[in-house]
Design a protein around this ligand. Structure first.
Ligand SMILES: Cc1cc2nc3c(=O)[nH]c(=O)nc-3n(C[C@H](O)[C@H](O)[C@H](O)COP(=O)(O)O)c2cc1C
Length: 468
């Protein structure tokens, strides 16, 4: 329920790709990374600190990405990724999230899961287990893979084409919904006198026979606190948006500037309505890098340092990985308009994600810094923009950053933000005053709305469309 003053409330999640967490490939070289080497990101201590800080900040969730395999699309080798360290090593996200929910007893957390990697039966069991043990504080970012070639190589399967992966993911979700609802809410009786452990009439086989999956069911667990663990999505092609509009309660999107955010927002909200859902059933979280300084000049200096770290080579490994396409096969000066993104097995929306969409965008949002508008962007522009991060930066003092966020929310650019960090974990501490300021302005919760992730997002899953 919106408060009486009815200022739109914001949602916040923190993006990570642990143990090296950045949305720009050179991030691991930042001098303040893991506070200058004090923490080892492969050990749990720093993550317990991060989890407890985020819990105290009252963010909606700690969000964990997962690329699935070392990027090897660039020249058909992992060498560039290994050398430049672009999202090269990664924890398995669901395992990591299980640990996070134990480290901070009120914090919610979201794990990225690729539908090509897990079978729906295994995923449904895993998700239900996590939802029970966290008392409803988990969500799953259901993706079809930003690195599908790398993953297919390791699974020993054929690389499935982009839209076909979404078709399969659609059926994957249907199996999961049926399994998660295969126990009636009152099926677990545990009456020793009768005796009846579970009422067999209230636990149902699903007998799913699809094009991709067969599953008899029922699930091996009774309904979990959220019943349907919260589904997130990330992927901005038309097919990806459709999947989000249908299944997701939270979406992670990246747009280079406000007009692009607005156009994505309207398109996806319209799709949500076409699916018979309320627009508020899906929270759109747009990625930003807040770069906060005690003065505008101090923030600007931090921004310059981040930009200086960027190397085109690291950007090349990153882009080839994201798109699952070898950008090294064409000259650096190739115009993006001469390439066909439909050929990319990975993120087909990579050009729109990266390149600023309009020449005057910067003047409308003075503290939002995207890669500068280029009339005819080339592969080199794409690589440099990615090395500097595809996520736009919001640069300024606490007030300026808070102002900019309010502007984006009020202009219907997003329902909230997915934060990327310049360095970890120090950047999170720099964010705390921004969230405190937004609380003061009546834009952000001071206490959790309820124990589950869904309570905080205020959304409803697809199978509940017909419920009052
Ligand atoms: C902002 C954003 C974040 C993403 N995060 C991940 C991720 O963590 N892991 C992953 O495998 N895919 C991720 N993806 C890609 C999705 O897997 C997506 O389903 C697939 O590659 C197709 O993307 P597209 O619909 O944008 O073409 C992400 C995509 C976007 C746009």
């Amino acid at each position: 329920m919106a408060p009486a003053n009815s200022k739109k409330q914001m949602h916040f999640t923190l993006f990570t790709f642990p143990p090296f967490v950045h949305h720009y490939p050179d991030g691991w070289r930042h001098p303040q990374e893991m506070l200058g080497g004090i923490y080892n990101p492969l050990e749990p201590d720093v993550w317990a600190r991060v989890a407890r800080t985020l819990e105290a900040m009252k963010v909606d969730a700690f969000f964990v990405g997962d690329g699935g395999a070392i990027y090897n699309s660039n020249e058909n080798s992992p060498a560039t990724s290994l050398r430049y360290g672009s999202q090269t090593i990664e924890f398995f996200a669901p395992t990591f999230v299980t640990a996070v929910t134990m480290m901070a007893p009120e914090l919610a957390s979201v794990a990225t899961v690729n539908t090509e990697e897990l079978n729906p039966w295994t995923f449904a069991r895993m998700a239900s287990t996590m939802d029970h043990l966290s008392k409803g504080r988990v969500g799953f970012n259901i993706v079809t893979g930003l690195n599908p070639g790398g993953l297919a190589d390791n699974l020993g399967i054929e690389l499935r084409e982009h839209d076909a992966r979404y078709e399969r993911a659609e059926e994957f979700m249907q199996v999961c919904y049926q399994l998660w609802q295969s126990w009636d809410p009152d099926a677990l009786v545990r009456d020793a006198a009768l005796p009846m452990f579970a009422d067999p009439d209230k636990v149902h086989e699903i007998n799913f026979q699809g094009e991709y999956f067969q599953c008899r069911g029922p699930l091996q667990l009774p309904r979990s606190p959220q019943e349907i663990p919260v589904i997130f999505q990330a992927g901005q092609s038309p097919r990806g948006r459709q999947f989000a509009a249908r299944h997701a309660e939270g979406v992670f999107t990246i747009s280079p500037d406000l007009p692009a955010m607005q156009s994505y927002y309207r398109d996806v909200k319209d799709r949500v309505a076409n699916e018979g859902r309320r627009e508020s059933d899906l929270a759109i979280l747009t990625g930003i890098f807040p770069i906060v300084g005690v003065s505008e000049a101090a923030a600007q200096e931090k921004y310059e340092k981040l930009i200086e770290l960027a190397t085109a080579e690291a950007g090349l490994a990153w882009c080839s990985g994201y798109a699952s396409w070898n950008f090294a096969q064409v000259p650096f000066d190739t115009k993006l308009s001469d390439l066909d993104a439909k050929e990319f097995a990975g993120i087909q929306s990579i050009f729109e994600l990266t390149m600023a969409s309009s020449a005057d965008a910067a003047s409308k949002t003075p503290h939002l810094y995207a890669y500068p508008h280029v009339e005819e962007p080339t592969v080199r522009d794409l690589c440099i923009a990615n090395a500097q991060s595809i996520v736009p930066k919001v640069v300024g003092t606490v007030d300026q950053v808070a102002d900019q966020m309010e502007q984006i929310i009020d202009a219907e650019g997003a329902d909230g933000f997915m934060f990327s960090t310049v360095h970890m974990p120090g950047s999170i501490d720099e964010l705390a005053p921004v969230l405190a300021e937004l609380q003061r302005r009546g834009r952000f919760r001071k206490a959790f709305e309820g124990p589950t992730l869904r309570d905080r997002l205020g959304t409803r899953p697809l199978p509940w469309v017909d419920r009052a």
